[in-house]
Design a protein around this ligand. Structure first.
Ligand code: AVJ
Ligand code: FE
Length: 460
């Protein structure tokens, strides 16, 4: 009896998460004025309209393909909206707005898919033979597939935020209660220093028999020896990055590797993408505003590409941390066992909320790097989760024992090309579920659009 009750309750909780994720993604599309939905704010990505269809096509292709096997409501759209793009080495898309279906057609597709899937999923939660421990042909549970759908949508809630960030301000509808730019969170002045982390062993990755969900690239668990190092207590701020620029950082060949230098020079890049020059003062482009630097943004983390982060580190005579070093700084403890989160074992949104960091959609923009002292790690390092992802020096690649998910073979494997780097941590627009220690994010070294900064390390 108990077992049956439990198996009914589980899908209910998962369905609540599906609905909540849909609320998040719907809210984002509702920020965009209709005439801007066919814009392409990031040249390397599809037009916004693609993502409206993509979230539903993805859920449909995944769940129908592996579980339901129903007749498609719109096979053409299932294919058109199946996959995003990430061109390496040029080759930008050239499609026109008129190449895409009308807004009404895409909206109809979205509501049809939702109706179809929800009717089926409702049955699943009631029929005892069709529970979340139901196995697909590949041996994966419906629970896993629903987690894939939920986290895929939540990841797009973040990548869409980057994208909408780039739209002209007058094409966005300001939310009625825009989260403030948080000058109230400003703490004492930031005093930058480095923290010593003793040598230790970290366990990266997720064990195959772990209960909690992880993507294919999170498996398998393995240990890595990490020699002692020092790491910045805070993320590098806009104020610090100004010094790098004043020192000619963008013009000094020696700070850049060949590839990064050629990219920077060819693209004419001489400042972080989020910065804007207004006469002789700098403005910071937030989601809905442009704010003068001096008032709020100086102690925010700087958001830059991995190439710019590496150049800054060279200028400072330091390096970017490896994935294993970052992990040790965040979760390790002197003589203690690893923590579930940098601050301890409480979940990110334990009541009262907003104690541990700037994440889970509470804000649109950064806060000062010292705003959440309660979130610091055992070694006293601040802001490891939230307020901006952090670049590592680690090329995104498989852990030993990696197997692609058979129902989504390209999710990670398509990016094991030596051009993508691991990012750890999370931003203001990262959902709490992806703050788990094993989650790995990645983008190309020259991708400036993300809410990603960095901190530096020094090695003996
Ligand atoms: C894991 C955030 C790098 O956006 O390219 C979404 C997530 N993959 N749809 C990306 C993803 C397919 C992916 N990142
Ligand atoms: Fe996607």
């Amino acid at each position: 009896m108990l077992a049956t009750e439990k198996s009914v309750a589980v899908p209910h909780e998962l369905m609540e998460r599906v609905f909540e994720a849909r609320r998040q993604s719907d809210e984002l599309f509702n920020l965009v004025r209709e005439n801007a939905l066919y814009e392409r704010p990031i040249p390397e990505r599809h037009r916004i309209i693609f993502y409206l269809g993509h979230l539903e096509a993805f859920d449909w292709n995944l769940l129908n393909g592996s579980v339901f096997g129903l007749k498609s409501v719109h096979p053409e759209f299932d294919r058109l909206f199946a996959f995003g793009i990430d061109p390496v080495g040029g080759g930008l898309p050239t499609d026109l707005p008129s190449d895409w279906p009308s807004l009404n057609a895409v909206r109809d597709y979205v509501s049809n898919i939702r109706n179809h899937l929800d009717t089926r999923l409702e049955k699943v939660s009631l029929e005892s033979h069709f529970r979340t421990d139901f196995q697909t042909n590949d041996g994966f549970s419906l629970r896993t597939l629903l987690n894939v759908a939920i986290e895929h949508r939540l990841m797009h809630a973040e990548t869409l935020s980057y994208m909408l960030h780039r739209l002209p301000l007058d094409t966005k509808v300001r939310p009625k209660m825009p989260q403030t730019n948080s000058p109230n969170l400003a703490g004492p002045p930031v005093v930058h220093r480095m923290v010593s982390v003793p040598a230790g062993v970290v366990t990266l990755g997720l064990a195959r028999d772990a209960e909690n969900f992880g993507w294919d690239n999170e498996y398998e668990a393995h240990t890595v020896d990490v020699p002692a190092f020092e790491i910045d207590q805070y993320k590098v701020t806009n104020r610090q990055y100004l010094e790098f620029m004043a020192a000619g950082g963008y013009e000094t060949r020696a700070f850049w590797n060949d590839d990064d230098w050629h990219w920077k020079t060819a693209a004419g890049i001489s400042r972080p993408l989020f910065w804007k020059k207004d006469g002789d003062q700098w403005l910071y482009r937030t989601m809905f505003d442009e704010v003068p630097f001096d008032e709020v943004a100086l102690d925010w983390p700087v958001y830059v590409s991995q190439a710019e982060a590496s150049a800054y580190a060279s200028w400072a005579g330091k390096s970017l941390p490896s994935e294993a070093e970052w992990h040790r700084a965040a979760y390790g403890a002197v003589g203690g066992s690893a923590r579930a989160y940098p601050w301890g074992n409480e979940t990110p949104n334990a009541e009262p909320t907003e104690r541990f960091g700037n994440f889970d959609f509470h804000r649109w923009d950064p806060v000062p790097v010292n705003a959440f002292p309660e979130g610091q790690s055992a070694f006293g390092i601040h802001d490891m989760l939230g307020n901006g992802w952090e670049w590592t020096s680690t090329v995104f690649g498989p852990f030993p024992g990696f197997e692609p998910f058979p129902f989504y073979r390209g999710y990670s494997a398509d990016f094991f090309d030596g051009k993508h780097f691991v990012m750890k941590g999370g931003s203001a627009r990262t959902a709490a579920c992806m703050l788990r220690p094993t989650f790995r994010n990645w983008f190309q070294a020259h991708y400036q659009y993300v809410y990603t900064g960095f901190r530096c390390v020094s090695r003996g």
